[in-house]
Design a protein around this ligand. Structure first.
Ligand SMILES: *[C@@H]1O[C@H](CO)[C@@H](O)[C@H](O)[C@H]1NC(C)=O
Ligand SMILES: *[C@@H]1O[C@H](CO)[C@@H](O)[C@H](O)[C@H]1NC(C)=O
Length: 369
C-alpha cells in the first residue's frame, strides 16, 4: 500500500483559516452584543414617547392633568414616566406624609414650566431618546430616580452631565429614600414573636445560579432544612406571603446584588414585618448596622462557613430564650417596611424645596457601583 505523504499546508489554506477564524469571532461578537442588547431591552421598560410635549404659552395656566389643585407657589414636578408604568395617586404627600408645596404631574406638555423633572432610570435606559429632548428651562432640575441595584441599572452613562439630584436608596444620594428603616416606637410596643412551627424559609423570584446567594444557599441546604418558595419551587400566593413566612423561625434575606446600602424589602417586609429573624446576605455587617440594631439580624459573614451558620440556627431553634434576644430591640423600636411610590416622590418634593444649590453630577456611573 502506498501511503500519501501529508501535504504541507499551502499559504492558501493558511489565508483561508485566518479568514474563517476572523468570521467566527465576528459572529460570536455579534451574538454576544445581541445578547447584551436583548438583556438591556428586557430590563429597560419601553415607554412610548409622545411626539409633542412642548407646551405653548396658552397651556401654561391650566392645571396639569392628573393632579388636583395647583397653588401658584407650588413647585411643579413632572414625572417623566409612571415608574415601571405603575400608576398611583399624585396628590397624597400632604395627607400621608405631611409634605406640601408640590404639584405633581405626568403631563409632558408641562415640561416647559416644570421646576423639576423626575427620570425613573429603568423607564429611560433603553435609549437616550427616552430622555427629554427639548431645551431645558433655566431653572429646571432633573432628578435621577432609581431603586434597582447597579447590576440591574444599564446605560448609566446616558445621564452624564444631565442630572442635578439623585433619588436613591444609597445613603449618600442627594435625596435618600431607603426601602425601609427603624423608628422609635411612639408608644410601648407589645410586639410578640408569632408562633413558630417551621425552621427556615427562602422566598426567591429570580433563581439565577450565577448569583452569590444561590451558591451560598446550595451550601447551607446541606446542613439546614430550608423551604423554598417561588422561582420554580413551591408556589406562594402574594396575599399568603406574610402569614406563611411568619410560621418560620428564620428568613433568608439574600439580596441579588451585593452593593453598598442595597438592603431591600426582603429584609424590611418579608422578614421584619412578618416577625421572623432575618439571616442576611448582602453588603457587610457594618453596612446593615447603619440601618438597624446589630442584634436584629444574623449575617452570613458572622460565621466562617455555611455549616457553622446552620449549627448556630439549630442552637437557636432549641433555645427559645436565645432566639428571643434577637427581638428585644422591638420593645422600643419598630421597623417601617412598606414604602410605596408615594413615599419616594414625596421625599423628592421636600428635598427640592430645601436643596437649592446649583450642581450637576458629571457621572452617575462612577458613583453607582
Ligand atoms: C400561640 O401559641 C400559644 C401558646 O401555645 C397559644 O395560646 C396561642 O393561641 C397561639 N397563637 C396563635 C395565633 O396561634
Ligand atoms: C442642572 O444641571 C444642568 C445640566 O448640567 C445645568 O445646566 C443647570 O445649571 C443645573 N441646575 C441647577 C439648579 O443645579
Amino acid at each position: 500500500m502506498e501511503s500519501k505523504a501529508p501535504t504541507a499546508p499551502s499559504w492558501k489554506t493558511f489565508v483561508f483559516y485566518i479568514l474563517i477564524s476572523f468570521l467566527t469571532s465576528l459572529s460570536v461578537f455579534a451574538v454576544l452584543r445581541g445578547a447584551s442588547k436583548a438583556k438591556v431591552d428586557k430590563i429597560c421598560t419601553k415607554v412610548e414617547t409622545p411626539a409633542i410635549y412642548y407646551a405653548g404659552e396658552s397651556d401654561r395656566k391650566k392645571t396639569p392633568r392628573g393632579t388636583t389643585s395647583t397653588t401658584e407657589s407650588d413647585l411643579v414636578i413632572l414625572l417623566w414616566t409612571w415608574p415601571f408604568g405603575e400608576r398611583f395617586p399624585l396628590d397624597q404627600c400632604a395627607r400621608i406624609h405631611g409634605i406640601s408645596g408640590c404639584t405633581f404631574t405626568v403631563d409632558r406638555s408641562w415640561y416647559s414650566r416644570a421646576d423639576a423633572v423626575i427620570l425613573h432610570h429603568r423607564d429611560v435606559c433603553s435609549s437616550k431618546t427616552q430622555l427629554p429632548q427639548e431645551p431645558r428651562p433655566f431653572i429646571q432640575r432633573w432628578v435621577w430616580f432609581n431603586l434597582e441595584s447597579p447590576r440591574h441599572s444599564p446605560n448609566l452613562h446616558f445621564m452624564d452631565n444631565l442630572i442635578n439630584l439623585t433619588l436613591n436608596y444609597r445613603r449618600d444620594s442627594d435625596i435618600f429614600s431607603p426601602y425601609g428603616w427603624v423608628e422609635r416606637a411612639k408608644s410601648a410596643q407589645n410586639f410578640r414573636i408569632p408562633n413558630k412551627s417551621k425552621l427556615a424559609v427562602w422566598v426567591v423570584s429570580n433563581w439565577d445560579p450565577s448569583l452569590t446567594r444561590v451558591a451560598y444557599f446550595n451550601q447551607l441546604k446541606n446542613h439546614l432544612k430550608i423551604d423554598v418558595y417561588g422561582g420554580g419551587h413551591r408556589p406562594l400566593a402574594r396575599d399568603k406571603t406574610m402569614s406563611t413566612i411568619s410560621q418560620y423561625k428564620f428568613y433568608l434575606a439574600f439580596e441579588n446584588s451585593l452593593n453598598q446600602d442595597y438592603i431591600t424589602e426582603k429584609l424590611w417586609q418579608n422578614a421584619l414585618l412578618s416577625g421572623t429573624l432575618p439571616v442576611v446576605l448582602g453588603p457587610t455587617r457594618e453596612n446593615y448596622e447603619r440601618f438597624l440594631p446589630s442584634d436584629a439580624f444574623i449575617h452570613v459573614n458572622d460565621f466562617p462557613s455555611a455549616k457553622e451558620l446552620a449549627a448556630h440556627l439549630h442552637f437557636l431553634d432549641a433555645n427559645d430564650e436565645q432566639y428571643g434576644r434577637y427581638f428585644e430591640w422591638r420593645k422600643t423600636l419598630q421597623p417601617i417596611g412598606y414604602t410605596d411610590w408615594t413615599t419616594h416622590y414625596c421625599k423628592a418634593c421636600q428635598a427640592l424645596q430645601q436643596q437649592l444649590d446649583y450642581k450637576t453630577i458629571p457621572s452617575i456611573a462612577k458613583w453607582y457601583k
